[in-house]
Unconditional design. Structure first.
Lengths: 205, 205
């Protein structure tokens, strides 16, 4: 099975169980002849790909009433992957979603690590420090790097922990977030897992 | 007593108990003949004002070992104002500091409302929504404006509440923050209160 997650700058592939990544610039969908299941947030590419018969847009299988109309497709995929748990997708934004017995309970969107760091630096050169990931989030800070790290991470980590277990972490910053989340499970292929579950569901219907 | 809080863009005054504000551009310190106690984060103005004999820089009275060297002067002033409590200064950044029996326990720095909102909008046009301050922070969101409002505010509010009582809120966004903080006390003149306490201490020494 070939799965393709098309973003605005990057294309992620799962090709017969192997994972790879490429930039949008080098992407030539017309050269693929096999059947490819995809999700796509790139509006320009979507218009083109939807004309190709071997490319199957799996958003057609989404049961939209479970979610909400403006919810990101990647977020829906990670929710489809997990029937019970708190799902943290730590990327450019940090999305936190709660699934209980296959039911979507809702979620929220926090700023991602890089986005928060840039916002601190924009506020003042005095706050333009890298985060200190060695910091103890349970204490109060007495220096600037710790004060911004705790200010960004401690509330977010505490809130995630308060939502219950299991916690499943995915996305580019999954390592950092899981290091503060105790027994959290890291799964960097959660989008593809959700896509596969959705395809199975779609084929059963 | 005349107190002056000199920022990078705005000057805040307390003149014999009356509060006022002016822009840095219209500020002419040499025309004042009375004694003025001030704090100043504006490096350019500081160089000039420090040559004027009737302008008294009260940072000379700060007991620095209680705090830390890169801590903002405004933050130290709000801490000087409160001997026991959690102090939230909700401005361009949101600083949270804990004082217990006159001892500084530490604190942290989160992004301010406007800064967070700008960072969401920069991440994606899909996240460029105004915050919804009517939202219930205890639930999970099922629409985008609520998802970003809860994502920014709920972790921060929960963390502040976890630090104990009393909570004292100051700064330009004190209304919004206090509306989510139950019995919090709002005091928009906390910097001046701290300045006065510090002056009294300095004169006793």
């Amino acid at each position: 099975m070939i799965l393709c997650d098309i973003g605005n700058t990057t294309i992620d592939w799962e090709i017969h169980g192997e994972y790879s990544k490429q930039s949008v610039e080098n992407f030539a969908p017309v050269f693929y002849t096999e059947m490819i299941y995809y999700i796509c947030v790139n509006a320009k590419l979507l218009t083109y790909i939807s004309t190709l018969k071997n490319w199957i847009d799996i958003t057609q299988y989404i049961e939209w009433k479970k979610y909400y109309p403006t919810m990101g497709i990647d977020r829906i995929m990670v929710c489809e992957a997990i029937s019970n748990g708190v799902i943290v997708d730590a990327g450019s934004a940090v999305t936190v979603d709660v699934m209980r017995e296959g039911h979507y309970e809702g979620g929220y969107i926090a700023l991602g690590l890089r986005s928060a760091q840039e916002a601190y630096a924009k506020l003042s050169p005095a706050l333009a420090w890298p985060f200190n990931f060695e910091v103890d989030l349970t204490i109060m800070a007495k220096n600037t790097p710790d004060a911004i790290t705790i200010g960004y991470l401690a509330p977010l980590i505490d809130k995630i922990k308060s939502l219950g277990n299991p916690i499943i972490v995915t996305g580019g910053d999954s390592k950092v977030f899981s290091s503060f989340l105790g027994d959290a499970i890291v799964d960097n292929h959660l989008v593809f897992k959700g896509m596969k579950k959705l395809i199975e569901k779609g084929q059963l219907c």
